[in-house]
Design a protein around this ligand. Structure first.
Ligand SMILES: [Zn+2]
Length: 461
């Protein structure tokens, strides 16, 4: 899986920020990346960055040159240098370059538009797929060069991933879980809330399990469809049409079986969980990350520290759905509305508590619940930056590193996400680096320059 070090260039004012995302196994970071991307230009490109955020060391560097050869960053040099035959790109004064950003929790083949609940009944798979190519491009132009897709409908993001990798369409690198795995009537069951004749009795083949044998079958089915990672749902959720957001929806045995099966096949496991008991079951089963974690309690936090489980709180989305529900009593169907009003404030409190307790964080947004491509704009400090005592600069670390942990295959997992709070406070411009992204490079290809989308001409054949 191509997992790259990325960079972003941003202007140090609240309004004007530029970002470019370079992809690559970069000289700044010892990351392995495979050459799976679109054909690179032969000439080296040298980017002149007025400032450069080294997110590994947690430092802001001054004028720097980033040398890109093909789809790799081959060198980072202090000051402005050039190389033989190189094309030099001068980024404007005030820009800061940073790694291409990584969102560890997106749904790139759906978006909660005002008509989504009826669209679900009218759209064919092809409609979603066509739209997903637009959402993928918007995500990339927003500065995110890698995403972990935690849940689709029918493995459509596997196809999207492959066609982006082959250079047919523009988008970020995708590590996808395919459909999320859950139980009958649970958050993963698309039949919830529909007329009974619209509720097929689906099973493990369709990612709905009941029992440990089903758990293994569902994971094996995902392996067969060539996913990168596994997503399971141990509790209720906000946006489905059932009543509970936090009840447990997988037994301890089912959870253990799913995690064991996923690990057996080399996958890391991201767990959708709002309720304390569902979180506990996932953590003791050896899951790799807890997503949302709204009602996480002190025991869960202690266990997560012991097990090294990451927390991906998707804070911005928690607040987004609450604000949307407050602003419009008909924003969501009634069952969803009630849950949406509850989660935002609770999630903010939990995130502060988890941070203080020393739980490891990774950055993920749940993009798709809010419009794709707006992530940087809507959360300039990173969602984590707004919660409790969590410092915004930590959000940058969270953005920079989840790729390293290999959102897909387990052999890459568990590097540390470092915290540099003291240093970060000295470079508070990190708060607003993502306010305006205007240069994006991925795999050596420039997708955005001077704030303008560049024409992407596929050379795939
Ligand atoms: Zn999600």
């Amino acid at each position: 899986m191509a997992v790259g070090f990325s960079m972003t260039a941003g202007r140090r004012t609240r309004r004007a920020v530029h970002s470019f995302a370079l992809l690559a196994g970069c000289a700044l970071a010892p990351l392995a990346a495979q050459a799976q991307d679109a054909a690179p230009a032969a000439k080296p490109v040298v980017l002149h960055c007025p400032a450069l955020l080294d997110s590994v060391a947690g430092k802001m560097l001054g004028q720097s040159s980033v040398v890109v050869q093909g789809d790799r960053v081959t060198e980072v040099a202090a000051g402005y240098v050039t190389r033989p035959d190189a094309e030099v790109v001068e980024l404007p004064a005030g820009d800061t370059c940073l790694p291409g950003l990584i969102d560890a929790h997106v749904h790139i083949s759906m978006e909660f538009t005002p008509t989504i609940y009826s669209d679900m009944l009218h759209f064919n798979q092809a409609d979603w797929v066509v739209r997903s190519t637009v959402w993928a491009k918007r995500t990339l132009l927003g500065g995110f060069t890698t995403v972990r897709n935690l849940g689709d409908s029918h493995y459509e993001t596997v196809a999207l991933r492959d066609q982006i990798t082959k250079g047919w369409v523009a988008g970020p690198r995708i590590l996808t879980a395919g459909p999320a795995i859950g139980s009958t009537g649970g958050h993963a069951d698309d039949g919830d809330g529909l007329r009974m004749d619209l509720q097929p009795d689906v099973g493990a083949h369709d990612s709905i399990i009941n029992g440990t044998a089903d758990a293994w079958k569902a994971v094996r089915e995902h392996y067969k469809q060539n996913v990168d990672t596994i997503k399971i749902m141990t509790t209720g959720g906000v946006l489905d049409l059932s009543g509970s957001v936090d009840n447990s929806q997988l037994t301890e045995e089912e959870t253990k079986a799913l995690v064991a099966a996923a690990h057996e096949y080399g996958y890391i496991v991201g767990v959708h969980a709002h309720g304390a008991e569902g979180i506990r079951r996932a953590v003791v089963a050896g899951a790799d990350s807890i997503e949302h974690g709204t009602f996480m309690d002190a025991q869960d936090m202690k266990l997560m520290k012991e097990h090294g489980t990451y927390y991906v709180p998707t804070i911005y989305t928690g607040t987004y759905v609450t604000e949307k529900a407050k602003g419009n009593p008909h924003a969501y169907p009634p069952a969803v509305q009630a849950k949406a009003l509850m989660v935002g404030p609770q999630l903010m409190k939990t995130v502060g508590d988890a941070y203080k307790a020393g739980v490891k964080f990774a950055y993920g947004t749940d993009a798709g619940v809010f419009p794709h491509g707006t992530t940087g704009r809507t959360s300039p400090a990173g969602p984590v930056g707004h919660a409790g005592d969590v410092h915004p600069a930590d959000g940058h670390h969270q953005r920079g590193h989840p790729a390293e942990e290999g959102q897909g295959h387990r052999q890459h997992r568990r590097p540390e996400i470092r915290r540099h709070r003291r240093r970060a406070r000295r470079s508070d411009q990190g708060h607003h680096l993502m306010g305006k992204v205007d240069f994006v490079m991925k795999g050596g290809v420039v997708f955005k320059k001077g704030g303008a989308e560049q024409v992407f001409t596929s050379t795939a054949h």
